[in-house]
Structure formats: C-alpha cells, structure tokens
Design a protein around this ligand. Structure first.
Ligand SMILES: [Zn+2]
Length: 153
C-alpha cells in the first residue's frame, strides 16, 4: 500500500461528510475573505497554524512564501474575476507569511547556491528568494515561529 492508497481512502471518507454545507458559494470569495501566501514547508500548513477551515481562504504556497511570478499571475486572475463578476463584494485581505527555520534559507548557502546554478538557475534569484530572517522579509504581524525540526535537535 502506497501513501496514495491511504490518501484516496481519506478522500472517500471526506467526500461522505457534510463539507459542502460550509463552502463559499463563489470559489474566489472565500468565507473569511483572506488570500494567504506562505511557504511550502509542511510545518506551516495554514489550516493548522492559522485555524483556517475548508473554504475560509485562498491559499498559495511557494518556496519561502515568496511572491513569485506564478503567484502574481494567479493573484491578478483572482482580482480580475472579483472585479468583473462580483464588484459589490468585499475585497479580500492578503496575508504574506514567512517563518523561522525556513528551508529556503539554504538558497543563500554558497555551495548549494553555486551547484544549483549549474542547472540553469540564477544565483541572485536564489539569494533573493532565501528567507533567512522572516522579521525582515515580511515585517509585521504574520511571521510564524516554527519549532526546530527533529533533525536540528
Ligand atoms: Zn519555509
């Protein structure tokens, strides 16, 4: 049995619940009118760390929680839909969340950075993506503190 088998079983159980009763009527107008951008790190799942429930927020996840071109394209699309199809609805707030102990900081490691550029990536882009201090990369209210992973203990 692979991990996917278990995930598919979990999805079957989920599909049998009353989840549909809690979803927003319009998918780009989430229940809490929040658009979250955060890191792909599995320790900063917005549902767990912010208490969001299904349908509460639009969630985008990138390495480091950086607003990369793909994120900006998606944000432009959602904003366009909102402006065009639901102009009288409240606008969403955007929460950009960076966190402590972010793996993206490894992009600033000289050796890893240099070796990865051999695969066609740009050194400065990698260094600019690294979140080495979330209090600096997003000054403000939503810097999450993540406990060190077991490998660091
Ligand atoms: Zn991270």
């Amino acid at each position: 049995m692979s991990n996917f088998d278990e995930l598919l079983e979990n999805n079957k159980r989920f599909a049998a619940t009353d989840f549909k009763d809690h979803l927003p009527e319009i998918p780009f107008l989430p229940n809490r009118q929040v658009y979250v951008l955060t890191c792909i790190d599995p320790r900063v799942d917005p549902a767990a760390v912010l208490g969001l429930r299904l349908g509460d927020a639009i969630v985008a996840r990138t390495v480091g929680g950086r607003a990369n071109p793909s994120f900006l394209d998606d944000l432009a699309w959602i904003s366009y839909l909102h402006e065009t199809l639901t102009p009288d609805a409240d606008w969403f707030e955007i929460a950009v969340i960076h966190h402590t102990d972010c793996g993206s900081a490894l992009m600033a490691d000289d050796k890893l950075n240099h070796d990865f550029t051999q695969r066609g990536f740009e050194e400065e882009m990698l260094r600019a993506t690294a979140v080495t201090d979330p209090a600096v990369t997003v000054s403000g209210r939503l810097t999450l503190v993540v406990p060190p992973s077991s490998r660091d203990r």
